[in-house]
Design a protein around this ligand. Sequence first.
Ligand code: NDP
Length: 243
Amino acid sequence: MNKVVIVTGGGRGIGAATSILLAEQGYAVCVNYRQRRQEAEAVVSAIQSKGGRACCFAADVTDEQQVVALFDHAEQQLGKITHLVNNAGILFTQSTLADLTLERFNKVLTTNVSSCFLCSREAIRRMDDGGAIVNVSSAASRTGSPNEYVDYAASKGAMDSLTKGLSLELAARNIRVNAVRPGFIATEMHADGGEAGRVERLAPLIPLQRGGTAREVASAIAWLLSDEASYVTGSFIDIAGGK
Ligand code: NDP
């Protein structure tokens, strides 16, 4: 079977590590990005330099038409979509509820959840012989992130519900839907939206005493997508160092 995967937000951070690992495992990979073209092209080059198949495509995955264009492009370049990783996401700076704006709340929900809905719907319209989807949720969906990112935590909680509901709705079509829930992973997300050095500052509070790596998250995603996990659907893997 020709395995073709779209990784949303695949140009950097967890998405880049996932794109590269899946290519190593024989997937043809479409690396989606929103703005950072150079990083996405670098991931494609890294894959191609090792003999893998990959392309990249700019699409804002909160936009219905851009999502369709992304899937069309991936299928034209690589073949029929068989797998999807809903990884694109945003996190803004820490805020209490009192200071949270409706604009920010809506932006976080749309980017983290509506994108997952739109891409999953587009994927299952094209998967007529089974398939697998992994959603990149967060440990925040369990903790709620009070005084910091309740908007982000709420978006990931919604993603968890979507994972469960879609897994049940799609099981009869042999499309599996699972999620990973990373803890603190040192990527630009913390530097951009959170606080530089946050992962290091919080490391002593993590049972394993350190932040995780993007590759550690990627390996769980790859397992959930794989045939090794063929009887796993509607499940969540916490990759949070025991937290
Ligand atoms: P990064 O900030 O490093 O990367 C975010 C990626 O999402 C980028 O590739 C970005 O594209 C893309 N993106 C954002 N908005 C859109 C959009 N509207 N359309 C298309 N792409 C978009 O973050 P991480 O790698 O850390 O995070 C990846 C996922 O993991 C997120 O869902 C995040 O919530 C989740 N996560 C991360 C944790 C962490 O500690 N880092 C912990 C728990 C979960 P571009 O490069 O073009 O800007």
